[in-house]
Design a protein around this ligand. Structure first.
Ligand code: C5P
Length: 299
């Protein structure tokens, strides 16, 4: 095989509890994450002599040097399985950065998947997830199929229960992001500065377990993000639009990851046009607005 294409989904966090700070500078978390049927696309091909890695990106604002996680993923793969030739990576970017949608991590995971294919599958899924954890805490999730619960710094993964997966399948969400993004390290630091900023692990596990095993629990019993108070305190517009969307359209709304994307859970068949208009009025005509569905498998 000389070239391959990989779909790199965006994710949302339906539940995100940060349960404490660790001695290695990271934080422990418990999060129910779900991939969407919408995201980036990348193509990989052998090109040039061994050691070459050429990255091109449809978004000229994004760096294509070693700070790009896609390149870091190629280096990580090469450390574990020396690549026989140079590689060319072409990234078609749709997921905005600083959004809490996992775009960079998903691209990195896509590079690992693609290189594994080009090299004739030397690694199992589990081994590939271990390599992904070297690239970023969120990366291993994008090598799972469907919703999963992440623990540790995000790298310990367990597929969502069958009941949770059944309820999440096909659920449509409307994503919206203002012009600004939020830096993940900043959000963790801001959260750590707050008193009672995080949730005890037992409380988080209990809440997740309850929603995951009871078919009748409402969204409000699940949707939670410990980052919201810390991020909303600085970016006041996020709290305002969250409240407006919830009050005007009656849908549950939550920030994804460390922000700045909010997602509204749409009821089956709900028309998203009025929400789009409302968001564009609030954030301006160029605001990022996208409807997507939770998917249980990689297209
Ligand atoms: O793992 P990743 O490189 O994506 O993390 C970026 C930064 O986010 C870390 O350097 C750390 O500051 C913060 N982080 C954290 N706890 C996590 C994940 C990330 O504190 N579980």
């Amino acid at each position: 095989m000389d070239s391959t294409e990989v779909f790199c989904p965006a994710k949302i966090n339906l539940f995100l509890a940060v349960t404490g700070r660790r001695t290695d500078g990271f934080h422990n978390l418990i999060s129910l994450m779900a991939p969407l049927d919408w995201g980036d696309r990348l193509s990989l091909a052998w090109e040039g002599p061994r050691g070459d890695c050429r990255l091109t990106c449809s978004d000229p604002a994004l760096p294509v040097d070693n700070s790009n996680l896609a390149r870091q993923a190629a280096s990580a793969f090469d450390r574990h399985h020396p690549l026989p030739r140079g590689v060319r990576i072409d990234l078609q970017k749709r997921i905005p950065s600083g959004a809490g949608l996992g775009g960079g991590s998903s691209d990195a995971a896509g590079v690992l998947l693609g290189l594994n294919r080009l090299c004739g599958q030397p690694f199992s899924g589990e081994r590939l997830r271990m390599i992904a954890a070297e690239v970023g805490s969120d990366c291993p999730f994008f090598l799972m199929e469907g919703p999963a619960v992440a623990r540790g710094r995000g790298e310990w993964l367990e597929p969502a229960s069958p009941e949770a997966a059944r309820r999440l399948r096909g659920v449509r969400v409307l994503l919206c992001k203002p012009f600004f993004g939020v830096s993940t390290p900043w959000a963790f630091a801001a959260l750590a500065r707050r008193e009672n900023g995080w949730m005890p692990a037992e409380t988080a596990e209990e809440r997740l377990q309850k929603w995951s095993s009871h078919g009748e629990m409402p969204w409000s019993a699940l949707l939670h993000n410990d980052f919201e108070p810390a991020v909303f305190a600085k970016f006041i517009a996020l709290e305002v639009i969250k409240r407006e969307l919830a009050d005007t359209f009656g849908c549950p709304v939550l920030m994804s990851g460390s922000g700045s994307t909010l997602f509204a859970v749409l009821a089956p068949g709900q028309d998203d046009a009025p929400l789009r208009d409302h968001i564009r009025n609030a954030y301006g005509p160029n605001a990022f607005v996208q409807t997507a569905a939770i998917s249980l498998s990689r297209p």
